[in-house]
Design a protein around this ligand. Sequence first.
Ligand SMILES: C[S@@+](CC[C@H](N)C(=O)[O-])C[C@H]1O[C@@H](n2cnc3c(N)ncnc32)[C@H](O)[C@@H]1O
Length: 358
Amino acid sequence: MFDTTKMNAADALLEAQKIAFAPIVFQCARLLRDWGIFELLQNNKNGLSLEDISKKLDISMYIVQILCESGFSMGALKLNDDIYTITKIGYFLQNDEMTRVNMDYNHDVNYKGIFYLDEALKTRKPTGLHKTFSKDEDTIYPILTKLPKEAKDSWFNFDHFYSDAAFVDLIKIMSKKGIKNLLEPGGNTGKWSIALTKASPETKITILDHQGQIDIAMNNAKANDVEQKVKGIAIDLLDHSIPFPKDYDGVWMSQFLDCFPPKDIIELLIRSRDSLTEDGRVYIVEPFWDKQSHEIGSYCLINTSPYFTALANGTSKMYRASEMEKFVHEAGLEVEEEINGLGFGHTLMICKKSNNIL
Ligand SMILES: C[S@@+](CC[C@H](N)C(=O)[O-])C[C@H]1O[C@@H](n2cnc3c(N)ncnc32)[C@H](O)[C@@H]1O
């Protein structure tokens, strides 16, 4: 993370104000993007006055002034002689896909619920979920497909943006392994199952997930002509008394184990181990915050953890690779190979059965 030791007091105080005003700056940046001001300034390289912006977008001078002045303070806009131009920060807020996906997810899924982080942390219950989306659920996962449209779209866009990028690299690795039967807990909308069964004709995949996700996955498999190779089983994976189906030569868990606290991760890994053939492997795909090549990745991942507390389940987080290695070990598995830097910074941990069962 960025080195604050050489920062003078005034700079540090300014950074502290950026944090203190972060929710307000966030909303202004979002509206500068969504109400077309960034785009307009991007298309007018010589810049525009407040009056020009107001006229061209047909929005009031008051709105333009509030938003542009905040944009200037956050470094997204430059102001010279009453003329606003867009900066590199504004450019990324407008055009960078990762920034867009993160912003939508934080607005549509997290913004209201994160207000209750204190209660969620203390009770280890997703208080933000209960106050904003559903009073009755223990986790967000059974109701993912029933969330309000914006929240649902932004949740899936966020999830898929990161896993899709990793899947491009992972398909090249996994399609060479000749896997016949792969079990995929947390297979979600079937993106991985469809991609791998297309790339690797000998592979069949069984997805385990909640009913809503299984329904979407099976529809997607059908639309992609792989319904003969992709099977879906609706299950609550937190019920550890239900064993996984047996005789799989691989268990694939992508962006899945971070949905659980350590004790459940270990139980899920034990159930995965028990479903393997003798020389089968457990494949864990996760973006670990200590394995990122740039602090951008660590920053996003570390600050995704409070979503898990307030909105998702009250108990899980984004982990470090060393934590996951410990869980793997405790489940009677050992890491055979670790491949880092996939997509935007995912790691593939390939685990085999260990002889040292704890
Ligand atoms: C973060 S998504 C990962 C999706 C996908 N594997 C990927 O890489 O993009 C986690 C998935 O695990 C499923 N899941 C989480 N908890 C579950 C539970 N208790 N029972 C069944 N499925 C669960 C969710 O429904 C969701 O589809």
